[in-house]
Design a protein around this ligand. Structure first.
Ligand code: FES
Length: 142
């Protein structure tokens, strides 16, 4: 049986809590759980240890001043991407599903770095400025 992405989302049972699998075992290898990361806050910067990304490629951060979680993705050892998981269509919370980000409200899809892959959203997700040093990842939240 072949499924398109929207049918796949229904099978996986997307939730806004970041726990994404509940569907048919046939698709479990493509679903996963993205963990919430701990961080330190220094003025308008969130500091995340790179040690979180030894085995994992993704993580989420919750911040009380933001309307949705931040999705932090490791691109390579020095480069990370951080996007706000708030859909640019009508502001629903977007969920990570495998390597992409999907809005459960109307099915918009984004890449892990926030680029629109599928409408109805027309604008990319909000991207935070991210810098790194040897030990940490710094996300600027204004
Ligand atoms: S609110 Fe996300 S697709 Fe409509």
């Amino acid at each position: 049986m072949k499924q398109n992405r929207r049918e796949f989302i229904k099978t996986c049972g997307v939730t806004s809590a970041g726990v994404l699998c509940g569907g048919a075992s046939l698709f479990l290898n493509s679903c996963g759980t993205v963990n919430y990361l701990s961080y330190k806050e220094n003025e308008n910067t969130l500091v995340v240890s790179k040690s979180n990304f030894i085995k994992e490629k993704y993580g989420m951060l919750a911040h009380k001043k933001l309307p949705a979680p931040i999705y932090l993705a490791k691109l390579d050892d020095e480069n990370y991407s951080a996007v706000l998981l708030e859909c640019t269509h009508k502001r629903c919370e977007v969920s990570p599903v495998g390597d992409i980000l999907i809005c459960p409200c109307h099915g918009s899809e984004y890449s892990k770095t926030g680029e629109v892959l599928e409408a109805p959203a027309e604008e990319d997700l909000y991207r935070f400025i991210v810098t790194t040093d040897a030990d940490n990842i710094y996300i600027t939240v204004n």
